[in-house]
Design a binder for this molecule. Structure first.
Ligand SMILES: Cc1cc2nc3c(=O)[nH]c(=O)nc-3n(C[C@H](O)[C@H](O)[C@H](O)COP(=O)(O)OP(=O)(O)OC[C@H]3O[C@@H](n4cnc5c(N)ncnc54)[C@H](O)[C@@H]3O)c2cc1C
Length: 258
């Protein structure tokens, strides 16, 4: 099916894009990689009057580290993030970004589009919750940062105000002594995971669990922390699971199930 007719706009600066989105109002939509929005338009599940193509906005594809904060620009494609130095040094970022869909989707789809789409099965919202990330939003009144759990308010719903854009996400580099794993269970390669789990574990000497995040994706409207399991582990000395449990485990660390 063809999308309903719409007007196409291509701003060349962030300021111009924000002006346009504010002026055009609720019936306008930003277009990033189009990997979620275009299928929605073709199915006529949404019929915006105007598309504001943000792909030409400069300086929104980056991954930097400053003062202990890692920041990734909203227009960074998944595949680009997977190959970044940041992903090389934080394995769960590489596992998440490099396992999304297929090469085509990873080349076009962006991290900003993914958090804005707020799909309950989306990989980035689960991973970013595991890392206690914040979403950096920009509007005509300036920037604000929103913790990811407050940003994804419900399935396919965010705290973005009318005319605002996501311009980046940021999170603290995990402590030394910290390691993580992100595993997504999928029926086929180029499909959203049925469910996923992100774990980031920080150990003190003696393998005592100082802190842990366990987050599940695809099991509710938004990514969900497993607070009770985290509490069970915190402060305990961890040992390897018995062999009979290890042999029943599906998948290994950093493995993506297809
Ligand atoms: C075949 C297929 C398989 C897929 N499999 C997976 C998968 O396994 N895991 C996964 O996580 N995702 C998957 N996806 C989705 C993919 O990751 C998309 O790239 C992503 O969800 C949306 O990013 P985008 O840049 O394409 O955004 P778009 O499709 O352009 O936009 C999505 C929504 O966000 C809004 N938006 C976009 N950018 C911004 C911004 N900066 N600020 C504010 N609003 C914005 C748009 O208006 C739109 O409502 C799949 C998609 C396809 C087509």
């Amino acid at each position: 099916m063809y999308p309903a007719p719409f007007r196409y706009h291509r701003p060349s600066s962030l300021g111009e894009a924000l002006q346009m989105l504010s002026a055009l109002g609720e019936s306008a939509k930003p277009l990033a990689g189009g990997q979620t929005l275009i299928p929605i338009l073709k199915l006529r599940m949404d019929e915006p009057t105007d598309l504001v193509d943000i792909n030409r906005l400069p300086d929104l594809c980056y991954a930097t580290e400053r003062d202990g904060w890692i920041e990734i620009g909203a227009l960074s494609p998944h595949g680009w993030v997977a190959k970044s130095d940041i992903a090389a040094s934080i394995p769960i970022v590489r596992d998440c970004a490099g396992g999304i869909a297929d090469v085509q989707v990873r080349s076009r789809g962006t991290i900003g589009g993914s958090v804005s789409a707020a799909d309950p099965s989306g990989d980035w919202p689960t991973l970013l919750r595991t890392l206690d990330a914040e979403v950096i939003c920009s509007g005509l009144d300036g920037n604000r940062t929103i913790p990811i759990q407050d940003f994804n308010t419900a399935a396919y719903t965010t705290a973005l105000a009318l005319g605002e854009l996501v311009v980046g996400i940021r999170f603290k580099r995990p402590d030394a002594g910290s390691a993580g794993s992100y595993i997504a269970y999928k029926k086929s390669a180029a499909a959203f995971p049925v469910c996923s789990v992100g774990i980031q574990l920080t150990l003190d000497p003696g393998n005592v669990c100082r802190d842990v995040r366990i987050v599940l994706g695809g099991v509710g409207p938004t990514a969900r922390r497993v607070i009770q399991a985290e509490s069970e582990l915190r402060g305990k000395a961890l040992s390897r699971p018995p062999a009979e449990i290890r042999s029943h485990r599906h998948g290994s660390l950093h493995e993506r199930k297809h």
